[in-house]
Design a protein around this ligand. Structure first.
Ligand code: ARG
Length: 459
């Protein structure tokens, strides 16, 4: 077993149970590339300010690069006795280059080192998520464009409310995922701050140049307070909260598509490639992908709560509790990336049942508001018009008819303001076309929204 870098004051060997319990290597090993990049930058900075020589720096850098290759080629030995990725790399560096390896840890501690690694990991993941979200947003825009002639009922309380264009519905999701993407971009500002050189908590006595390290690692900002730098995990919580909101959107979309694909709705069908069967019922084709996305949403919320709870009572500054931040963070990021990817692939393969959607939009008194609007346009105050249309609905219901199926004379019993032109007013096409208010479902609005989105996405 290798000696521990911190065991100078210890006279007993660490209990095996403690080693296993405190080790985080199985989780934080995936930070290796950031840990190595951070150490290389640290080395170069130490040489630049004269704390180590150029020769020492190049020996260390070569050793670190070799370790990276070893890890990537699966030749690196991970061992619980070395706790975490930072100690593993330093220990191996000592085996490779000898005592000079011990100089690498000058003017830093694992507290600022782990903060740096997590920030670098999260910066890369956040950029990756933003670019995946962009692909997904393109999918929504393309689907909206391809389905401009499809009408379906818009719902409130899951009751048919008013007809809308499917494209309008799809562009609503475009808006949600665009906001998600903006949130991640904003979060990047807080992630992209360089903590190394804060050392354990109080800064260091060495004449280091933190701005040089930041520049080498492409950080636009250096953290301002050494205590905050090692104690802060706000940026992780913020990321998890952004991820949770994004999962809320996926979960709502999933719920909707699951409903739409049921025999009861019959609005859409998942392609065979994105569905699964039942081991007992041969007729079944299940929307498992959407269900799993909906199910995984709970897990991501859980990771957010885990981090909030983890941090809420910690005194300043670093506490070992914080080692527990990585598993929830990694899992949440992995889940979100997988959900974005599978949705971007699955959505274009879905079959839309245009007729079923149109049929559903044609019944259920979706034109009752329009009848009230019609009366109001003829001078009746809207509240009165609402009640008049309500009475007409009750009448039609008793006769098992829709409003537009009533005869003109029947309609006229509700108001003398009604004439033949009401029938055109009550058609689905007119109902949609008249909703030209900014953001409304009229085709010209939706076409403009699609154009604007194309501009933003550069497609
Ligand atoms: N593995 C630790 C973590 O992930 C690294 C920091 C350890 N610092 C310490 N003082 N023990 O948080």
């Amino acid at each position: 077993m290798s000696e521990k870098p911190w065991d100078g004051r210890f006279s007993q060997r660490t209990d095996k149970l403690v080693e296993a319990f405190t080790s985080s290597i199985q989780i934080d090993r995936r930070l290796y590339e950031y840990d190595i990049a951070g150490s290389i930058a640290h080395c170069k900075m130490l040489a630049k300010v004269g704390i180590i020589t150029d020769d020492e720096a190049s020996t260390l850098v070569q050793g670190l690069e070799r370790i990276k290759t070893e890890i990537e080629q699966g030749q690196f030995r991970f061992d619980d006795s070395l706790e975490d990725i930072h100690m593993h790399i330093e220990d191996r560096l000592f085996q490779l280059v000898g005592t000079v390896a011990r100089k690498l840890h000058t003017a830093r501690s694992r507290n600022d080192q782990v903060a740096l690694d997590v920030r670098m990991y999260l910066r890369a993941e956040t950029l990756n998520i933003i670019s995946r979200l962009k692909e997904l947003r393109k999918v929504f825009v393309n689907l909206a464009k391809a389905n401009m002639d499809v009408v379906l009922p818009g719902y409130t309380h899951l009751q048919r409310a008013q007809p809308v264009l499917l494209s309008h519905h799809l562009m609503a999701y475009y808006e949600m995922f665009t906001r998600d993407s903006e949130r991640f971009r904003d979060c990047l500002k807080r992630i992209n701050v360089m903590p190394l050189g804060s050392a354990a908590l109080a800064g260091t006595t060495y004449p280091i140049d933190r701005h040089c390290t930041a520049e080498l690692l492409n950080f636009p900002k250096v953290s301002a307070n050494s205590m905050d730098s090692v104690a802060d995990r706000d940026f992780v919580i913020e990321f998890l909260s952004d991820a949770s909101l994004c999962m809320v959107h996926f979960s709502r979309l999933s719920e909707e598509l699951i409903l739409w694909s049921s025999a009861e709705f019959g609005f859409a069908e998942f392609s065979d490639a994105f569905s699964t069967g039942s081991s007992i019922m041969p007729q079944k084709k299940n929307p498992d992908v959407a269900e799993l996305v909906r199910g995984k949403t709970g897990g991501v919320f859980g990771h957010l709560i885990a981090l909030l709870t983890l941090m809420k009572s910690l005194p300043m500054t670093y506490n070992r509790d914080m080692q527990e931040d990585k598993k929830p963070l990694f899992e949440a990021a992995d889940t979100l990336k997988a959900c974005i990817e599978i949705y971007a692939a699955m959505l274009p393969t879905m079959k839309i049942n245009k007729e079923a959607m149109y049929h559903a939009a044609s019944s259920g008194f979706l034109n009752a508001t329009d009848m009230a609007d019609y009366l109001a346009s003829k001078g009746m105050p809207f509240r009165e018009a609402h009640s008049c249309a309500g009475k007409a609905v009750a009448y039609a219901l008793r006769r098992k008819k829709e409003l537009h199926e009533l005869r003109l004379e029947e309609l006229q019993t509700f108001s003398s303001l009604i004439s033949e032109d009401i029938f055109k007013f009550l058609t689905i096409e007119q109902m949609i076309d008249r909703r030209k208010s900014h953001g409304g479902t009229a085709a010209e609005n939706v076409i403009a929204a699609v154009k604007e989105a194309e501009k933003q996405l550069e497609i």
